[in-house]
Design a protein around this ligand. Structure first.
Ligand code: ZN
Length: 240
């Protein structure tokens, strides 16, 4: 089975369309979504509708919960908060309804997906250190778990020890467990502005990162035109 796994689209339609076009050539069997369809970008409805039609399994992220006020707006920084208020007004009821029924964790035989962490998914904690990744791997039942939230592609691998790597290809080895941040489609923060996602081949046991250029200027223009905080457009050019 070949899975395309996407996270943190954040209403960036240009980035989403570009990466889906690149994935078309990859013989994908199933699409999975790891949360934050909305927030920051100017096309929340279009992005939710694409995800809804494409992903057969999806989990909610903090911005999805923010727009539903399941996570209080005071949790967010001022720019995120302003964007969420705008998104609340924009989002169609049926798209809110879709986001509201998303679970926080999906576990299957081949994988687990969660936006932040497995221990307390609704608290949206960040995983930056090997210790934090280790804590997650301890409670992870499947060999591989995919997550998002920090928008920084990185993977942790553990057997007797834990290590991390930012290699673009991850070989899944027997007796090892993996906690893999798949990066962000719509607002990368690793200094590379290209849209990011992964392909997981569960037979070949390989995870491969995909980076795809998109028309950043078009996404920026829409953000500025909508009156969203200007920085949300500016940062797209730097991948920060
Ligand atoms: Zn996010």
């Amino acid at each position: 089975m070949r899975y395309a796994i996407l996270s943190d689209v954040h209403g960036n339609l240009e980035a989403l369309e570009a990466i889906l076009k690149a994935l078309k050539k990859e013989g994908i069997d199933r699409y999975l979504f790891v949360g934050d369809a909305v927030g920051y970008g100017a096309n929340p409805n279009e992005c939710v509708e694409i995800i809804k039609s494409l992903a057969d399994k999806a989990v909610a992220g903090n911005h999805d919960w923010g727009v539903l006020e399941k996570t209080p707006l005071d949790y967010f920084n001022p720019y995120a908060k302003e964007a969420l208020k705008w998104t609340m007004e924009e989002l169609k009821p049926e798209n809110k309804e879709y986001l509201s029924q998303l679970p926080l964790v999906v576990e299957e035989k081949d994988f687990t997906i969660v936006h932040a962490t497995l221990e307390k998914p609704e608290e949206w904690e960040y995983v930056y250190t090997t210790y934090e990744a280790h804590c997650n791997i301890q409670i992870q039942k499947t060999q591989v778990c995919f997550y998002g939230h920090s928008h920084i592609p990185i993977h942790f691998a553990e057997n007797e020890h834990i290590s991390f790597s930012r290699d673009p290809v991850v070989e899944i080895k027997e007796n090892w467990k993996y906690f893999i941040n798949i990066g962000s489609v719509g607002q990368p923060r690793d200094g590379d502005p290209r849209a990011c996602c992964v392909i997981f081949d569960s037979e070949k046991k390989i995870v491969k990162y995909i980076r795809e250029e998109y028309k950043i200027s078009a996404a920026q223009e829409k953000i500025w035109k909508a009156g969203l905080p200007a920085i949300l457009g500016e940062r797209l050019a730097y991948g920060e």
